[in-house]
Design a protein around this ligand. Structure first.
Ligand code: 5GP
Length: 206
C-alpha cells in the first residue's frame, strides 16, 4: 500500500496591523494539525495576554542575550520593541513533520526568505494579507480602541511601507470578511500539503 510522508511546512503570515491577521491566526491556531510558533518580544504585556502563550515577554537584555547566542530564526524591531522567533522549536517541529505557523512582520519574513538553511527554504510558504484599502484599515485600527491617535498614525505609515512588500510573498489574500479570509487561508494550507516536492512515497506492506 502506498503511503506518503513529508516534512513540515513553515507558514509565514504577514500583514499590516489592523488587516485582521491576528484574528485569522487565532482561528487557524485552533487547528490541531498546525503548531503556532510563540515569539519573543520586549513590548509590555497587554491585558488578556498570557506569557508563554501569546508571547514570551522578555527584557531587552535577555532578548539580546538570546539573539547573540544564535537562538533566533529571525528578529525585527517593530515600533521600537524587539520581536523574534525562537529557532529550536521551529526546526524540531519541521523535522518531525509538523506544520508551523509564524505570525511575523515583513522584516522577519524577508530574513526567512533570505535564509541559507536548505530546510527552512524548502519548508517555507509565505502569505501576505492585504488590507482591502487604507480607509478600511484606518477604520479597523480606530475600531480596536487600544491605540491612541498618534499610534494609529504611526501604524498607518508603517502599513503603507509594509504593503509595498506583498509581491515578495508566494501568496496574497485580499482581506474581506473573516470567514472569506479563513477559507482562502485554509485553501493555501491544503494545497501546500499536496505539493509533490514535499512528499516522499513509502511502500507499506498491506
Ligand atoms: P503586536 O505587538 O501587535 O502583537 O505585533 C506587532 C507586529 O509584530 C505584528 O506585525 C506581528 O506580526 C509582528 N511580530 C510578532 N512576533 C514577531 C516575530 O517573532 N518576529 C517578527 N519579525 N515580527 C513579529
Amino acid at each position: 500500500m502506498n503511503n506518503f510522508t513529508r516534512s513540515g511546512i513553515l507558514f509565514v503570515v504577514s500583514a499590516p496591523s489592523g488587516a485582521g491577521k491576528t484574528t485569522l491566526c487565532t482561528n487557524v491556531r485552533q487547528t490541531p494539525d498546525l503548531v503556532y510558533s510563540v515569539s519573543c518580544t520586549t513590548r509590555p504585556i497587554r491585558p488578556g495576554e498570557v506569557d508563554g502563550e501569546d508571547y514570551f515577554f522578555l527584557s531587552k537584555a535577555d532578548f539580546k542575550k538570546r539573539m547573540k547566542a544564535g537562538e533566533m530564526l529571525e528578529t525585527a524591531t517593530v515600533y521600537g520593541q524587539f520581536y523574534g522567533t525562537p529557532k529550536g522549536p521551529v526546526l524540531e517541529h519541521l523535522a518531525a513533520g509538523r506544520d508551523v505557523l509564524l505570525d511575523i512582520d515583513v522584516q522577519g519574513a524577508r530574513q526567512i526568505r533570505a535564509s541559507r538553511d536548505a530546510k527552512i527554504k524548502e519548508a517555507l510558504a509565505d502569505i501576505f494579507i492585504m488590507p482591502p484599502d487604507l480607509g478600511e484599515l484606518k477604520r479597523r485600527l480606530e475600531g480596536r480602541a487600544t491605540d491612541s491617535a498618534k499610534q494609529i498614525a504611526l501604524r498607518m505609515e508603517a502599513a503603507v511601507e509594509e504593503m509595498s512588500d506583498w509581491k515578495s510573498y508566494r501568496y496574497t489574500i485580499l482581506s474581506s470578511s473573516m470567514e472569506e479570509d479563513l477559507i482562502k487561508f485554509r485553501a493555501i494550507i491544503r494545497a501546500e500539503r499536496y505539493l509533490s516536492r514535499r512528499l516522499d512515497l513509502e511502500n507499506v506492506e498491506a
